[in-house]
Design a protein around this ligand. Structure first.
Ligand SMILES: *[C@@H]1O[C@H](CO)[C@@H](O)[C@H](O)[C@H]1NC(C)=O
Ligand SMILES: *[C@@H]1O[C@H](CO)[C@@H](O)[C@H](O)[C@H]1NC(C)=O
Ligand SMILES: *[C@@H]1O[C@H](CO)[C@@H](O)[C@H](O)[C@H]1NC(C)=O
Length: 358
């Protein structure tokens, strides 16, 4: 009997020691429940993304985003530090080496400059002449995890900071913590001034302007929704939900020529790991053991893009339900009747013709 009690005390002491260790080393301060993605999508699986043509296969590494300039030249940032471009004649050019493995969203300005979000260095402007840092600090603190950027016709740049607390290497902790550390910002290059438009966003990701530029959209990945912030008109300065209950975590969003939007979505958490999000103790445990943390994100192989009307309604969804050809699609840009898709898990850009039967 005494031996039994002694044995149990040992086990108890061990459990307590582990708990103290986990809590002490846990980097996160979690809220208990992460909002769950809606279980069922009203759209049937179609695997249309399995019929993409692969562009730049082998010379690109995880190209997260794509943009096209007025000449029809396509640009993307590769994980090897290069910004590459695809000419109309089909030839790829290693255009500028930024020597940075952390580039995400990319856009072309009306002046022809490329602006890219470097999740470590901030907002960069790249021209034939070289690279300049547009924004590296806001209010004295270093910009972290700049994610997507878009230029308005007045030259202002709207961009997102996914998380002011976590970086690209540990973004998953932001999801585990489930406290909103994201922001939408505006940079005015002529005044060299940066302001925060929206704060407390749940992993602020894609940013897009409407066709008339009367509002800007920003997507909150782990809230499965995008917000609309009015820039003009009666509702100027007001923010409302544009679309919610998306069937995946929204990543980049791009304006389509007809005024609708293309939003790419990914699986924020592995299906088999969802239970972790309902327990503070499990979250701390997972967050304090890096190998477990890595298991949490991007594991369910799948790709999904949605065409969303300017009324915030989903019109169609294309997917690769098991990620057989494309996985972890992060952006979809419509250009001349085709979709160009970037991915954080592919060595190519997927090109899909937008035929009427789709
Ligand atoms: C394709 O176009 C680019 C830009 O005009 C040019 O530099 C390149 O030489 C062309 N390549 C081929 C194979 O024609
Ligand atoms: C813009 O302002 C920042 C500090 O707020 C400064 O470091 C940077 O040099 C300025 N850029 C230009 C082009 O004046
Ligand atoms: C800068 O900090 C001040 C004081 O904390 C705050 O009122 C202001 O909104 C901040 N501005 C930005 C752009 O974060």
């Amino acid at each position: 009997m005494t031996r039994m009690v002694g044995c149990w005390s040992l086990v108890l002491a061990g459990v307590l020691a582990l708990a103290v260790q986990v809590l002490y080393f846990s980097p996160i301060d979690p809220i208990i429940i992460l909002e769950r993605p809606p279980k069922a999508s009203p759209f049937a699986v179609n695997n249309h993304l399995q019929s993409v043509t692969k562009l730049g296969e082998g010379i690109l590494k995880d190209p997260e985003d794509v943009c096209v300039d007025k000449h029809g030249t396509l640009y993307t940032a590769s994980r090897d530090g290069w910004i590459l471009r695809l000419h109309r004649n089909g030839s790829w050019e290693h255009w500028k080496n930024i020597h940075s493995p952390t580039m995400l969203g990319i856009t072309v300005t009306t002046q022809g400059a490329v602006v890219v979000c470097d999740s470590d260095k901030g907002l960069l402007k790249v021209t034939e002449d070289g690279v300049t840092v547009l924004v590296s600090q806001v209010n004295g603190s270093t910009l972290s995890l700049a994610d997507e950027v878009v230029e308005a016709s007045d030259g202002s740049l709207y961009f997102s900071i996914a998380s002011t607390k976590y970086g690209l290497h540990n973004w998953y902790l932001d999801v585990l913590e489930a406290r909103p550390h994201g922001q939408l910002l505006k940079h005015n290059p002529s005044l060299n001034e940066t302001t925060v438009l929206l704060d407390n966003l749940g992993f602020a990701n894609g940013v897009a302007l409407s066709k008339d530029q009367d509002y800007v959209l920003v997507c909150e990945t782990w809230k499965y929704r995008c917000l609309r912030h009015w820039l003009k008109g009666e509702k100027k300065g007001k923010t409302e939900t544009f679309i919610e209950n998306l069937p995946g975590g929204p990543d980049n969003i791009h304006l389509a020529p007809d005024g609708s939007f293309w939003v790419a979505m990914f699986q924020v958490t592995h299906e088999k790991m969802e239970f972790v999000h309902s327990s503070k103790v499990l979250k701390h445990l997972v967050a304090s053991i890096p190998r477990l943390t890595k298991l949490m994100g991007g594991m369910t192989k799948k790709a999904m893009v949605a065409n969303v009307g300017s009324d915030g309604k989903i019109m169609k969804i294309f997917d690769d339900s098991q990620g057989k050809v494309m996985n972890f699609v992060t952006s979809a840009l419509e250009f001349e009747g085709h979709l160009y898709m970037g991915s954080l898990n592919s060595n190519f850009i997927g090109k899909l013709p937008l035929r009427s039967e789709f």
